[in-house]
Design a protein around this ligand. Structure first.
Ligand code: TRP
Ligand code: ZN
Length: 507
């Protein structure tokens, strides 16, 4: 399946066909049977903000990440097996990875490799890979991740009882080699051998219960069956209480609570235990839940402070529980399962498609739970930032890599959706939300595609609205509320919503 002409033969065929056709190599003339000469795959996938993230020339379908981790020493050792297909003929290709590698094989043969720059693993297979061919890469490695500094940061987090590999936009290079960009999604098998009594939580379902493998060591197994982005695969290792259930839709619910949350433990429970309820509600608003399992992880006090929408099972930092139960962070991270995880961005500059959407779903939850209408939350957000506040200088549609998660991406992104809702009316607005999720399920999409969809469904010209709210510095003037506001009570609006009041705590 992967055999083809060698590089030399391919080059000869190319030369002959070039001579015969009189066209230069690479010209668009059909060259019957002649594969392009193998070349080096690019070190980046073409992201405007992060030119070295991801790689060119291949597409991964599956990662099998098989690890051993010792919390006492932070030593991580393992083997990742990658199933991929060449999208170009490759003499060599890159993976993104920062830990020390001991060997690489491609299609069973020992391959050359070099670790370059901050996170590039350059692999030279013994034989070139021909365009369209499937291939297998096996990378063996061992390192102490907390010692590995990439571009001045360690992206993983070591805790008193274990570790978390949870971050955005970069985390994969801390624990497995990958094509590290949301454009290349894949399914995952993740297994980790840890000392007995240590828990390992990750994405998806548990195809097997944990089982003893060496004296004093237990292996945990996790699997995703829907494709996910590399930054959304994760590991949480340490002392956790695991609570399992079955969701109303029949899916497994697996929640995990750090055993070190102390006084925050009840609020964590009172929030994360609402996961299945939140998914059920969001499904009525956004359309069918796109993944196969549910859950959440409440991390330890020395873990991450933020929350992340890790696919199927988000991770929540301890800070969110300081004021008691916090359904909003649950609503936010689970909304990302539709917007961010299933419909993923094509370029990191479109980050508002993740954060603006997840934030707006919080406003919708508020409206549905009598804590303030989306309009009230909008009015509050708009008034919170005076016109001369630097907040209005960040463009949510193009914040730049250093302001990727600026408040404007969240709040002004959500405001943009609210303005869209006012302009097109509830009927069209909720149709746009659902069709967006359905048309790009498990795929990638861009802001121009979203604008085109909104225009198609509403029949309106919306360039001005999006230009003003996403791409123009300064606080937009508010026009008086349009007539479509009256459609907010239209019957298409999910019946379960009362109209109403309060708001958002992002911690
Ligand atoms: N995407 C996360 C959210 O839901 C927030 C976030 C921003 C984040 N930067 C991060 C999470 C870095 C982890 C690491 O809001
Ligand atoms: Zn978010």
């Amino acid at each position: 399946m992967r055999r083809g002409p060698t590089a030399a033969v391919a080059a000869t065929i190319l030369l002959l066909s070039t001579l015969l056709s009189g066209a230069p190599a690479g010209a668009t003339q059909p060259r019957r049977g002649a594969p392009p000469a193998p070349a080096a795959g690019s070190a980046g996938i073409g992201d405007t903000y992060y030119p070295e993230y991801g790689n060119g020339g291949y597409d991964v379908s599956h990662y099998d990440v098989r690890l051993r981790y010792d919390p006492a020493t932070d030593r991580l050792a393992g083997t990742t097996t990658i199933l991929a297909r060449a999208t170009a003929s490759l003499s060599r290709f890159n993976l993104d990875f920062a830990l020390a590698v001991s060997s690489v094989r491609v299609n069973g043969r020992v391959a050359g490799f070099a670790q370059a720059g901050s996170h590039e693993l350059v692999v030279t297979p013994a034989r070139p890979l021909l365009i369209g061919s499937a291939f297998t890469v096996v990378v063996q490695y061992a390192d102490v991740p907390s010692d590995v500094v990439v571009d001045g940061i360690t992206t993983g987090t070591r805790t008193a009882d274990g570790a978390l590999a949870v971050n955005e936009p970069e985390i994969a290079w801390w624990w497995y080699p990958s094509n590290d960009h949301p454009q290349d999604k894949a399914t995952f098998d993740i297994s980790v051998l840890v000392p007995d009594g240590v828990e390992v939580i990750s994405n998806g379902v548990q195809p097997l219960p944990p089982r003893g493998e060496l004296l004093g060591w237990t292996r945990w197994f996790w699997r995703t069956t829907s494709p996910i982005a590399t930054y959304l695969a994760y590991l949480v290792i340490g002392q956790y209480e695991i609570v399992t259930d079955t969701a109303p839709n029949g899916q497994p619910v697996i929640n995990a609570y750090s055993e070190r949350l102390d006084r925050l433990a009840p609020a964590a429970r009172a929030s994360v235990e609402r996961t299945a309820e939140v998914i059920e509600w969001e499904s009525t608003v956004l359309g069918p839940y796109p993944f196969e399992a549910q859950g959440g992880v409440a991390g330890p006090p020395d873990g991450v402070g933020f929350a992340l929408e890790t696919s199927t099972r988000p991770v929540y930092g301890w800070r969110f529980w300081r004021g008691g139960a916090n359904p909003y962070v649950i609503v936010h991270e689970l909304a990302h399962q539709w917007y961010g995880d299933s419909v993923s961005l094509q370029q990191w500059h479109d980050i508002w498609l993740n954060e603006g959407f997840a934030s707006y779903v919080e406003w919708l939850w508020s409206e549905a739970h009598d804590e303030g209408t989306a309009q009230e939350v909008f009015d509050f957000a708009y008034a919170t930032y005076p016109a001369d506040d630097p907040f209005w200088q960040v463009l949510p549609g193009d914040p730049g890599p250093t302001a990727l998660f600026d408040g404007a991406v969240y709040d002004r992104g959500a405001m943009t959706l609210h303005q869209l809702r006012l302009a097109v009316g509830d009927d069209a607005f909720f149709r746009i939300l659902r069709v967006w999720a359905a048309e790009h399920r498990w795929g990638n999409a861009s802001t121009p595609q979203f604008i085109a969809l909104a225009e198609r469904i509403s029949g309106q010209q919306l360039d001005d609205l999006f230009t003003t709210w996403l791409y123009t510095a300064g606080r937009p003037a508010l026009t008086s509320a349009p007539a479509t506001v009256t459609t907010m009570a239209a019957p298409s609006r999910p019946r379960s919503w009362p109209t109403l009041t309060n708001h958002v705590d992002r911690g």
